[in-house]
Design a protein around this ligand. Structure first.
Ligand SMILES: N[C@@H](CCC(=O)N[C@@H](CS)C(=O)NCC(=O)O)C(=O)O
Length: 203
């Protein structure tokens, strides 16, 4: 398998999950502006959507959309426990969180990364992010370590990556103490550190 990624982007969640299941895989960094990959590929040909993550399977099939890729990775090694079996309530909860993180939290950060955003648009985006973080903080306030069944799943990998963007967008995460603690907890995982090192985000 090969993961197409951009350092620190949402693709980091899939990168973490690949380390967590203990499989062999390649990575290829994408310059999404130029639509080129580090190994010289034309990214537009690989993913016409033009965004990471992309997972190229060994049979050549190409999978896009982080929430789908994360669940596919989890399915490759069920014993790693990254998502309960399909059809269970626990799995449905994982999907519920993945969908919220993808469509609400992730997207609310968008204007904060766009060079075309005005200061006013960025302030509005920070207000939107704050509302989503309020919700996530309320979930974690019951003392759970991880989102579903107190076990680390792909939903936690995705939440970690997106919540951590606060630290790069002038949002003081300490206002959401449970989310801040969650980010610290997940960042201490060995496989998270491995993925971050491989992306040049840690020494
Ligand atoms: N719907 C896609 C969205 C993926 C997405 O937003 N990817 C961002 C990085 S987090 C991207 O590649 N943006 C293009 C860019 O940064 O130039 C998914 O959930 O996988």
């Amino acid at each position: 398998m090969k993961l197409y990624y951009k350092p620190g982007a949402c693709s980091l969640a899939s990168h973490i999950a690949l380390h967590e299941i203990g499989t062999e895989f390649d990575i290829d960094q994408v310059d999404t502006q130029a639509q080129k990959t580090e190994t010289g590929g034309d990214f537009g040909d690989i993913n016409p959507k033009g965004v990471v993550p992309v997972l190229k399977l060994d049979n050549g099939e190409v999978l896009t959309e982080g929430a789908a890729i994360l669940q596919y990775i989890a399915e490759q090694n069920p014993s790693a426990g990254l998502a309960a079996n399909a059809g269970t309530m626990e799995r449905t909860r994982v999907q519920e969180h993945l969908t919220y993180i993808s469509s609400e939290l992730h997207k609310s950060f968008g204007p904060l990364f766009a060079s075309s955003s005005t200061d006013e648009q960025k302030d509005t985006a920070r207000e939107n992010v704050a509302k989503k973080l309020d919700y996530v903080n309320s979930l974690l306030a019951d003392g759970r370590q991880y989102l579903v069944d107190n076990k680390f799943t792909v939903a936690d990998a995705y939440l970690f990556v997106v919540a951590n963007w606060a630290n790069f967008t002038n949002i003081d995460l300490s206002k959401w103490s449970h989310v801040a603690d969650f980010v610290k907890r997940v960042s201490a995982r060995e496989n998270v550190q491995r993925a971050m090192k491989a992306e040049g985000l840690l020494d």
